[in-house]
Design a protein around this ligand. Structure first.
Ligand code: AMP
Length: 112
């Protein structure tokens, strides 16, 4: 079943899309947690990272490299954080795999 991110991929609902290629899409988070907060998602509907398989190895690498390219484009390549929430218990609310690309403020460690 398609999620809200599936609908963004199909342009059924609007989003502030900043990057797209044949395998992924990136758009600004509607509820930003940092001055830069972009979501990088595969076009393939994988609910959680835990649902990915060996067959997704190249796609997962592609997402990381796309996130890095987007960070460069946005001028935040020297200080950004990538977050993947895997499962509702750790905060996943949309069950379509996504990388949070966060930058533009200081971040604490460990994360809350
Ligand atoms: P997570 O909680 O890790 O599943 O992250 C889901 C993220 O999607 C949250 O940061 C939401 O603010 C964001 N989000 C939900 N709906 C939309 C939307 N329509 N456009 C952009 N971001 C969204």
């Amino acid at each position: 079943m398609s999620t809200i991110f599936g609908k963004i991929i199909k342009r059924e609902i609007p989003a502030d899309i900043i990057f797209e290629d044949d395998q992924c899409l990136a758009f600004r988070d509607v509820n930003p947690q940092a001055p830069t907060h972009v979501l990088v998602i595969p076009k393939k509907e994988i609910p959680r990272l835990a649902d990915a398989s060996r067959a997704d190895q190249a796609l997962l690498g592609h997402l990381l490299l796309a996130a890095n390219e987007i960070a460069k484009t946005l001028g935040v390549q020297d200080a950004y954080r990538l977050v993947v929430n895997n499962g509702a218990e750790v905060g996943q609310s949309v069950f379509h795999l996504h990388l949070h690309l966060l930058a533009g403020r200081s971040f604490r460690w460990p994360p809350g």
